[in-house]
Design a protein around this ligand. Structure first.
Ligand code: ADP
Ligand code: MG
Length: 690
């Protein structure tokens, strides 16, 4: 019996009663493929239909159940073309109420005179006359859709709540409480977690609030526990590997002294954390988190220097060609002076160029290799790769990092991210890495002055822009965000730039960047901006992370209310990189309290950690992380902000489990191991378990 159910759970959803071909396709679109996925398709909300009131007690505006008898036939009244009302009078022992349906003749006709029903809907009371609008109803003793807590699912087009509710119900019926528990007994006991069948039933159709909370707590724990366990396993496995033991590099201090600035204390601290890793004989796996402009690049540079001095190549992978080029230019002087050969490899190079560079890499004449994804896509062979650095880690997945590392024999890995997140959360998302934080900006940075304005100040803003440009400065304008479609977005950006050119900023050179521009054109435009040939760069959100144009002093963001705080902060980080006072202007036309609060935060602080914390609070972590793109399982139910206490427990449990049975080989951990394999993306499974 048990076997049968586990087989059923892996069956295509087409075989679940009520699904079929057409609906299966719809479900596939939202990531539901097998029966088990349906059970894990959690409601986004619930409607409490448990309360029944006497009609006489009803008040205007409430949504509630009433139990009563139909005491009139259906009265039909055509209001206008396309709108017909169907009304029935309902009576309980206290009073009468009219039930009204819009255009739903078949619904109203199902009600039989003098039969008793439960109705659930929104009540209006006007001049003492009571009405319940478009109520859901069923026979008084049916209890299927009323008198209970009903799940509200996230829907796709052409699915209805009832359909999904029924399908989930059928699926629960089919497994008949026979789903095998995969959480070890000791974990459930110690953390007081509900059993899986109980939890499945009550997450979908809770008996009451208390049962729902128990069910939810179990799934939140389960989700975070599996995520932690997976990441800890990746880390554990990499710690078993033999790394390349680097030796101390006495010349490093001289190299540091030749930099045009002295390191901040925070940078020194991070460097001190990196050095022992390199010497340990195990591969380093370290994340450097630091706010925009905190100076992560130089940390990468120094670490790469140590690698080359130890006789090993070092590679740096950046998410875009612009960034890769920028690093290449920035590093070139330094490394040339040290007699190290540096080379650049990007996708847009010609075959011939690539070939020459790849030969240099292979025969070992290239010491420092900087590139884009091309570094993992091309068939490159390194000549002893000692260190891999990925810049702007949030754009790369666990797997991409590993692919690059696999080009060497367990090289050291350093990842850098400018999305500062609170440490507790970093431990989750980057649970496979050690973490260093640069929590200080280089001295002398001027705070970017930030203003939130509405349309009435537009003219003044343009005057200000012209003035800054006359003084030789440059600026960015991020276009209105249009979410409906990329095509519309592009169209509006083109129009926007044209309008600016024709009216407000006629005398300025305006460049335009958007998603439909080819990589090559884009680079040309960026280069012109860097050279100062473009005064104002109008851009959709494709504007590059990490771009460093110190002469740019103004960042204007249209529709700022539509961006996440962290994104605004990233965009703002494009200015304030040089000696000039810089400004960030946020257009906010929304009067909502939340958006006003968000603008206020942006004006008050330049601290990325604080901003990301607020962002999490206001937006929720799902959107914030985009775990999918990391190859990690989605968080379907856990909220990393409000479920912090459960998170800590899940971490503790995962840690404990690794202490007692790191490879999950005990009999009582067998199912957990299987489960872990299932939820993690196939791309990173092999990093985690063998
Ligand atoms: P990010 O952390 O955003 O990648 P970068 O590494 O690009 O920041 O550094 C931003 C700017 O600060 C660069 O122009 C860099 O040369 C400069 N910088 C880095 N460290 C220092 C320092 N200790 N003192 C002064 N300037 C620094
Ligand atoms: Mg950077």
């Amino acid at each position: 019996m048990v076997i049968k159910i586990s087989e059923f759970l892996q069956k295509d959803i087409r075989f679940v009663t009520g699904v079929g071909e057409a609906r299966a396709k719809q479900f596939n679109k939202i990531g539901v493929y097998v029966a088990e996925d349906i059970l894990y398709y959690f409601p986004r909300n619930y409607e409490d239909r448990t309360k029944i009131k006497n009609i006489i007690e009803l008040v205007d505006g409430e949504t509630i159940c009433i139990k009563g008898m139909a005491v009139s036939k259906v009265a039909e009244s055509r209001i206008r073309k396309g709108l017909t009302l169907y009304k029935i009078l309902i009576r309980d022992t206290t009073e009468a109420i009219t039930a009204t349906w819009y255009n739903q003749k078949y619904v109203a006709n199902r009600i039989k005179l003098e039969e008793r029903y439960v109705f659930y809907g929104k009540v209006s009371v006007k001049f003492g006359k009571k009405e319940i609008m478009n109520p859901i109803f069923e026979e008084a003793d049916s209890n299927q859709y009323t008198q209970k807590i009903v799940p509200v699912y996230p829907l796709t087009a052409s699915m209805t709540q009832k359909v999904v509710q029924n399908i989930v119900g059928n699926c629960l019926k089919a497994v008949d409480q026979g789903v095998q528990e995969f959480l070890p007994h000791w974990v459930r006991g110690k953390y007081m977690l509900a059993e899986i069948n109980y939890a499945l039933k009550n997450i979908h159709f809770p008996d009451d609030y208390h049962s729902f909370m128990k069910a939810r707590r179990r799934f939140v724990f389960e989700e975070l526990f599996l995520l932690q366990l997976g990441l800890f396993r990746i880390r554990h496995k990499s710690q078993q590997l033999e790394g390349i033991p680097f030796k101390d590099v006495p010349e490093l201090q001289g190299f540091i002294n030749r930099l045009p600035f002295s390191l901040t204390e925070a940078q020194q601290k991070v460097l001190m954390e990196i050095q022992p890793d390199l010497k340990s004989g195990k591969p380093m796996n370290r994340l450097v988190q630091g706010d925009v402009g905190s100076g992560k690049t130089v940390i990468a540079m120094l670490t790469m220097y140590m690698s080359v001095k130890n006789g090993y190549q070092a590679a740096l992978m950046a998410p875009t060609e612009i960034l890769a080029e920028q690093h290449y230019k920035g590093f070139s002087d330094f490394f040339a002076k040290e007699n190290m050969k540096i080379c650049l490899l990007t996708g847009s190079m010609t075959k011939k160029q690539k070939k020459a560079i790849m030969e240099d890499i292979q025969e070992g004449s290239a010491d420092i290799i900087i590139g884009t994804h091309a570094l993992i896509q091309e068939q490159i062979e390194f000549h002893g790769l000692g260190l891999v650095v990925t810049d702007e880690q949030h754009r790369f997945g666990v797997k991409q990092r590993a692919t690059l590392a696999s080009k060497g024999k367990n090289p050291h890995v350093l990842v850098m991210t400018a999305t500062p997140i609170p440490r507790t959360l970093a431990l989750i998302l980057y649970g496979d890495l050690d973490i260093s934080i640069i929590d200080q900006l280089p001295p002398g940075r001027k705070k970017v002055e930030t203003y939130s304005i509405d349309d009435s100040k537009r003219k003044r803003l343009y005057d200000f822009l012209r003035k800054q440009i006359a003084e030789g400065r440059q600026g960015y304008i991020v276009c209105p965000l249009i979410e409906e479609s990329e095509a519309l977005q592009v169209k509006s950006a083109v129009q926007y730039a044209k309008n600016l050119k024709e009216s407000a900023l006629t005398e300025c050179n305006i460049g335009l960047l958007h998603g439909k521009i080819s990589a090559k054109e884009k680079e040309g435009i960026m280069r012109n901006f860097m050279n100062g040939d473009i005064d104002i760069l109008v851009s959709t959100t494709v504007i590059e992370v990490g771009v460093d144009v110190p002469n740019a002093t103004i960042m204007v963001i249209e529709n700022a209310e539509r961006f996440g705080l962290s994104q605004l902060h990233q965009l703002r980080g494009r200015v304030g990189r040089g000696q000039y006072q810089s400004y960030c202007i946020l257009f906010n036309d929304s009067k909502s309290k939340v958006s006003r609060e968000r603008m206020k935060i942006m004006q008050e602080t330049n601290d990325g950690f604080r901003i990301s914390e607020k962002d999490l609070q206001l937006r929720g972590p799902g959107e914030f992380f985009g775990t999918r793109q990391h190859g990690l399982p989605d968080l379907k139910i856990a909220n990393l902000f409000s479920d912090m206490d459960i998170l800590k427990l899940a971490q503790e449990a995962a840690n404990h489990l690794l202490e007692i049975d790191a490879d999950l080989l005990h009999k009582e951990h067998r199912l957990l191991r299987q489960r872990l394999m299932k939820v993690f993306d196939s791309r990173i499974k092999d990093l985690m378990l063998n």
